[in-house]
Design a protein around this ligand. Structure first.
Ligand SMILES: [Zn+2]
Length: 62
């Protein structure tokens, strides 16, 4: 099982998917992406909450 965040569920139209083993990993990667790609210097609490809400599990065996 891995955790993913589809950026498109926070930023419509974005195809980036963040992968990680834990919530913190996947959040950190997504935050990095949002900074680098969408120019968001400071991740606000509401944005962080949106990213956290977008975390999903994926089954790696598929
Ligand atoms: Zn994005």
């Amino acid at each position: 099982m891995r955790r993913i965040i589809e950026c498109g569920s926070v930023v419509p139209g974005c195809n980036f998917v963040s992968h990680g083993a834990t919530d913190e990993d996947v959040l950190m990667e997504a935050a990095e992406h949002v900074r680098a790609t969408h120019g968001v210097d400071h991740l606000s609490d509401p944005l962080k909450a949106k990213l956290r809400a977008a975390i999903r599990d994926v089954d790696e065996t598929k």
